[in-house]
Design a protein around this ligand. Structure first.
Ligand code: OGA
Ligand code: MN
Length: 381
């Protein structure tokens, strides 16, 4: 190979990483003018409007989980990314606080698993919310030096709990998936043309303003024909969507609070990353302190429990400087089971128990979130 070709391969291999580093850079800050903002709602040479299936979800079903009628949603895809669907904030005004509260107060509870379990005892991580609300009421530096548990939280897993070391899910590490989050996922995926979605695993990522998520593909699920759903709340992110290999340069887009992304079809297994958290746009209504009381006419049959002023004060404080991303995954196809090697009778099970013991012993002191081959700059634990 001549020198030129070698350098081209070199730069080709680094295309995603190069752009990742470009957007992650602090000094000087990058030029954001190429970042696509779907919330502007303008189709362009790259952004194409997508038709959803309004008939698949009734207005009442949508409202029950805090969504607008599907006919009011806008949906877009990107030229060259079939199966990629971006829905800018389809939530009803005032419904996001419920989902934020679930992510901070409810989904952080046992038996769900989180990064803090890796080096803390079960009793210490028992009540992350309760142990954090007092500290969160004070500015971080002035009255306290220690970070609250909520501020140290980086990820939570739901349903089939993802094992970051083996990069697998297993039949014997499952806890019930939150019913209301499943309902929300079913409505969104149905509107996107995927009936009968089953929410089997969830990963919540908690980002501070300096967090990032390394380049990866979500391929641990056993049926890649099922869509992967992604929801974001709080501060905004730069999301990079690449190709099937690392040399494909990624497309940069904003993900704002309430935005929904569906990775399906040919886009299901594409490389992606979050190089940077950016401030939410000024006047972002969904983050407004006063916008958490839903219209009472919608509250019949709803799964949205009211968020108390006290809870919302903590949540809104938290998301003023943080972002929460929820990905919901169907792990198994219809009628599919985990392979025999994952069953309880196989030696594999001993491996799982070792991991469990390891966690209880505090054996995994500092673990990065990495579910990719060569992750860089993952969300820091
Ligand atoms: C993930 C993921 C993206 C995001 O959790 O696998 O890609 O926007 N999250 O945080
Ligand atoms: Mn991912």
């Amino acid at each position: 190979m001549n020198k030129m070709a070698a350098s081209m391969v070199q730069s080709g291999e680094d295309a995603f990483r190069k752009i990742f580093k470009f957007y992650k850079r602090r000094n000087p800050p990058p030029d954001f003018s190429d970042v696509i903002d779907f919330s502007r709602g303008e189709p362009s040479d790259k952004v194409v409007a997508v038709k959803l299936e309004p008939g698949a979800v009734s207005d009442v079903e949508a409202a029950r989980v805090g969504l607008q009628p599907v006919r009011n949603w806008k949906a877009f895809s990107l030229q060259g990314y079939p199966g990629f669907i971006f829905i800018p904030n389809p939530f009803l005004l005032g419904s996001q606080p419920f989902w934020v509260r679930q992510c901070l107060k409810i989904y952080t509870q046992k038996p769900n698993v989180c990064n803090l379990d890796m080096h803390m005892s079960a009793s210490d991580t028992q009540d992350i919310w309760g142990k954090s609300i007092h500290g969160l009421s004070f500015p971080p530096s002035a009255k306290r030096e220690a970070k609250t548990l909520l501020e140290r939280l980086r990820w939570v897993t739901l349903g089939y709990h993802y094992n970051w070391d083996t990069k697998t899910y297993s039949a014997n590490h499952y806890t019930p998936f939150p019913a209301e989050l499943h309902l929300l996922s079913v409505q969104i995926t149905a509107a996107c043309g995927f009936p009968r979605f089953i929410s089997e695993a969830g990963i919540l990522n908690y980002y501070r303003s300096d967090s990032s998520l390394g380049i990866h593909v979500d391929e641990s699920e056993l049926d890649h024909s099922r869509p992967l759903l992604s929801l974001s709340f709080g501060q905004s992110a730069i999301f990079l969507l690449g190709g099937t290999c690392r040399q494909d340069p990624p497309t940069a887009m904003y993900m704002h609070s309430g935005d929904v992304m569906v990775l399906s079809g040919q886009s299901r297994l594409l490389y992606h990353a979050v190089p940077r958290i950016v401030p939410a746009p000024q006047g972002c209504a969904s983050l407004d302190m006063n916008s958490h009381s839903l219209d009472s006419t919608l509250q019949e049959h709803t799964v949205l429990e009211p968020v108390s002023d006290q809870d919302w004060a903590v949540c809104s404080k938290y998301i003023q400087s943080s972002r929460v991303n929820v990905t919901i995954r169907q792990v198994l196809g219809p009628g599919q089971n985990f392979p025999e090697t994952f069953s309880t009778s196989h030696p594999r099970n001993e491996g799982d128990q070792t991991v469990e013991r390891g966690l209880a012993d505090g054996a995994f002191l500092k673990r990065k979130r990495s579910n990719s081959c060569d992750c860089v700059d993952t969300v820091q634990t």
